[in-house]
Write a protein that binds this ligand. Structure first.
Ligand code: AMP
Length: 170
């Protein structure tokens, strides 16, 4: 059987020169592989110990929503600018190849206190750090982070003070 990392394509110099973009979309083109991955991610203690999942725009939604369905836990979204209605918590952040802003609906955070953050990939950790800071500044607890891919040489883990689990490392 092929290993998971064979479903991840690498694009050099995308979206900027010097970046090696790891494209996880090959995984969802293989339902058996996708299912196996979701079952594995769903069995994590991080998911078990969190009341809710918070997944990050946009590829994080693919994995976060599948896990949410698998474990019957609620999912909340952190989105890029201009995508969410209502009152928002917003924060700027830097990621491997630029800067952006993430927003979370204030209403969405009212019901739950403990969260598992889900994204496709951990690079410098700036994106996950942004979400965790929004949560923590609202007295919410981050149980941990689940990503499909972790880029080890960027040492994103060093920025983050909670457990990080990845299924593939490069
Ligand atoms: P960072 O904040 O640097 O950890 O970047 C993580 C976020 O940016 C994730 O949401 C990824 O989708 C995206 N990202 C950053 N670097 C890469 C990369 N080399 N390949 C694919 N996605 C990336």
């Amino acid at each position: 059987m092929k290993s998971l990392n064979e479903f991840i394509d690498t694009y050099k110099d995308y979206p900027k020169k010097g970046i090696e973009f790891k494209d996880v979309l090959g995984i969802i083109q293989e339902p058996r592989i996708f299912k196996e991955l979701i079952i594995k991610m769903s069995s994590s203690q991080i998911i078990k110990n969190a009341e809710a999942i918070i997944s990050i725009d946009a590829r994080g939604f693919i994995f976060g929503s599948a896990i949410s369905l698998q474990v019957s836990k609620p999912m909340i979204v952190a989105r890029k600018p201009g995508k969410l209605p209502g009152e928002l918590f917003e924060k700027n952040y830097s990621l491997e190849y630029g800067e952006n802003t993430l927003s979370i609906q204030k209403k969405a955070l009212q019901k739950y206190s403990t969260y598992a953050i889900v994204d496709d990939l951990l690079a410098t950790g700036g994106t996950v750090d942004c979400v965790s800071k929004i949560l923590e500044s609202n007295n919410k607890e981050v149980i941990g982070v689940l990503v499909v891919v972790e880029l080890m040489k960027l040492e994103g883990k060093l920025k983050l003070n909670y457990p990080i689990e990845s299924s593939i490392t490069f």
